[in-house]
Design a protein around this ligand. Structure first.
Ligand code: PNS
Length: 164
């Protein structure tokens, strides 16, 4: 049984994440999408909601499960017997830090990392840009799964209320 984990903050999941998850799911028997619980960083969406939004986006992929983890990724991998981490690489800017983490995770626990180059159509996406665009009323419907877009629109401050 070939298993891998696709970790991230997913605040919120974007079409770029879905691209990487979909392609990783085709390479492994089981793929766990693991959402980092970061007590020091609240984020826009709570971890349960992030997981629910991912679930909705990948509901058609039967070998994908959603989980969360706190602490070191390698500890999660050890505890769940997952030997491979899958990460999407957008551009060269991602590479330096991702390489460092991949080398460290291998040194710490022998966990390998598979880098999946994102599809060019989604290579410019990031959760933080999506949140920023949505916050100021921009249209992100082509950048995120429908459920995420609906939540971002609902969370948008109303101009009538004059809130920031
Ligand atoms: O979506 P992100 O924020 O780019 O995901 C980064 C993530 C969660 C994969 C990374 O920060 C991580 O693995 N955090 C867990 C803590 C950890 O293991 N740190 C040591 C990395 S060598």
């Amino acid at each position: 049984m070939r298993r891998a984990v696709c970790p991230g903050s997913f605040d919120p999941v974007t079409n770029g994440h879905v691209d990487v998850i979909t392609r990783a799911a085709a390479l492994y028997d089981e793929l766990v999408v693991a959402v980092l619980v970061n007590p020091g960083k609240a984020g826009l969406f709570g971890v349960d909601e992030r997981m629910a939004l991912i679930h909705e986006a990948v509901v058609d992929l039967p070998n994908v499960t959603i989980d969360s983890f706190e602490g070191l990724l390698v500890d999660y991998c050890r505890a769940h017997d997952v030997p491979v981490v899958v990460k999407g690489l957008r551009a060269v800017g991602d590479f330096e830090y991702e390489l460092q983490m991949a080398q460290m995770n291998r040194e710490l626990a022998g966990v390998e990392t598979l880098f999946v180059p994102t599809a060019p159509q989604v290579g410019h996406l990031s959760s933080s840009l999506v949140k920023q665009i949505a916050k100021f009323g921009g249209d992100v419907s082509s950048l995120v799964p429908k459920a995420v877009n609906d939540r971002l629109v609902a969370a948008r401050p109303t101009s009538a209320g004059g809130t920031s």
